[in-house]
Ligand binder design. Structure first.
Ligand SMILES: [Cu+2]
Length: 125
């Protein structure tokens, strides 16, 4: 291998490492839901190349309202899948989609885009 081949190889390895790092450790943001006047645990989530916040903490047994604002037209995020709650919903671009759920079980439940690429978690305590 000459120098340029080594550089390309290192670049490729570096890029792969970054992608792995990004998916597993990148910009995790945890947010606890706030309880509104009606006793509903609310969280606003921005959808733009991911979910922000992407870890949402709620308490068990009280209604939860997730307000997904999709701030992009990228087709990746147009669908939201929340298998624990048997939900599959379209998120129209530049609109807020309200998803009401009742967390009856404690645990960590993943929500994803329709292609299982973007990921977020609902942590029920
Ligand atoms: Cu996707």
């Amino acid at each position: 291998m000459d120098t340029s081949q080594i550089l390309v190889t290192l670049g490729g390895v570096g890029l792969a490492g970054f992608v792995v790092w990004y998916f597993f450790f990148g910009k995790r943001e945890t947010k606890a839901a706030t309880v509104n006047d009606s006793g509903i645990q609310e969280v606003a989530i921005t959808v733009k190349g991911g979910y922000s916040p992407d870890i949402i903490e709620v308490v068990q047994g009280k209604p939860v309202r997730l307000k997904f604002y999709r701030d992009e037209t990228s087709s990746c995020s147009e669908e939201l899948v929340f298998s624990e709650f048997k939900l599959r919903r379209d998120l129209p671009a530049f609109e807020t989609t309200i998803i009401d759920i009742l967390p009856t079980n404690k645990g960590t439940f993943e929500f994803t885009c329709g292609m299982n690429m973007l990921r977020g978690k609902l942590v029920v305590r």
